[in-house]
Design a protein around this ligand. Structure first.
Ligand SMILES: [Zn+2]
Length: 345
């Protein structure tokens, strides 16, 4: 199963349970290996992420059912949808033309006669054209945060995080779940913790507590689904690599987009990136893979048009990342691509 199958799978869950509320826990950054042992009572399947393994591309594929080539959001930093020379960050972009995506799990819910609800959670302060597209057709609900406070990472205990998720779901069901059944999607950015601490006992404790909460909801007749966008792998910032790329960028003329463990370069030379790729292969460490963008994004697709010609993909631990991070994502490691699709019935 791919993330692009999520929409269809959820549609089936909604169709098979017409009179029951469906609660979906959207757990950013939780991979299959971390989740499976914590959820013994759930049916847990592998759902493989799309590439690159970044939140913007993966969540949009999940909720719309479209691959990256079709929804056209290739990652974090990419060419402006207007086609101009500027690069945009998906979290800051408020303009038109970001994605042709139209239907999603929330329009499916409405078609089933359900109230489509999205607890913004840790997405509350990420207002953007991307979030508008992701949560189109849903009633957005503010006022709950789990791993953030006003949009910045906030460290809380596992008990606090789990209690906050329970409160968000319970309050939403009490307030909006009185009439027809609902689809309640709730965004929890576990990724904020994993970036800094990995899959430690905090993560395990939160996932275990959420599994127990799912059991309690099922006992009351609710169906619970959990899914994720991607996982993370150990990654440390390599200042020497950053300096080398800065230097080569000035000397050979390229700018950089992407994020995390996959970056793309926009060369000034109009040779499709061949010359730059050869220079990079000669200069970069062996565990930084240099590959043509056409290998990941379909030539001629809208997503391909927004990325540079040359990809840099981390294969080891040392790459470019935030100085505060110990784990990151964006590349092809199984710990990044293998995410859980879990159902408690
Ligand atoms: Zn993510």
């Amino acid at each position: 199963m791919s993330l692009t199958d999520f929409r269809g799978r959820l549609d089936r869950v909604m169709a098979e349970n017409p009179r029951r509320h469906v609660v979906v826990l959207a757990l950013d950054g939780v991979n299959l290996a971390a989740a499976r042992p914590c959820w013994p009572s759930a049916d847990v399947r592998l759902m493989r992420a799309v590439s690159p393994t970044t939140s913007s591309a993966c969540w949009l594929s999940s909720l719309t059912g479209l691959g990256v080539d079709d929804h056209a959001v290739p990652g974090v930093v990419f060419s402006a949808p207007s086609g101009g020379p500027a690069l945009v960050n998906f979290l800051d972009y408020h303009g038109a033309g970001l994605t042709p995506a139209a239907g999603n799990v929330f329009s499916d819910a409405a078609r089933h006669g359900r109230t489509p609800l999205a607890v913004l959670g840790d997405m509350e302060h990420y207002g953007s054209a991307w979030r508008d597209a992701l949560l189109a057709h849903a009633r957005p609900l503010a006022g709950h945060s789990f791993y953030t406070e006003h949009g910045a990472y906030r460290r809380r205990t596992s008990a606090e995080v789990a209690a906050r998720v329970r409160t968000a779901v319970e309050e939403t069901l009490a307030r909006h779940g009185g009439g027809q059944p609902c689809l309640l999607w709730c965004y929890v950015e576990v990724d904020q913790h994993v970036h800094r601490h990995g899959y430690d006992s905090h993560t395990t404790d939160v996932l275990t507590a959420l599994g127990a909460f799912a059991d309690a909801l099922v006992a009351r007749g609710v169906v619970v689904v959990a899914h994720a966008d991607h996982g993370l792998v150990p990654t440390v910032h390599d200042p020497a690599l950053a300096d080398l790329l800065d230097h080569m960028g000035q000397r050979h003329g390229f700018t950089m987009g992407g994020a995390g463990r996959m970056r793309w370069l926009y060369p000034e030379d109009r040779d499709g990136g061949a010359g730059l790729s050869a220079r990079l292969r000669a200069a970069l460490p062996r565990d930084v893979r240099v590959m043509p963008a056409d290998r990941v994004f379909a030539p001629g697709s809208a997503a391909r048009g927004r990325v540079g010609d040359v990809l840099l993909v981390a294969e080891g631990e040392k790459f470019l990342t935030d100085a505060a991070y110990r784990y990151d994502h964006g590349s092809f490691a199984p710990e990044e691509t293998d995410t859980p699709f879990a159902v408690w019935r």
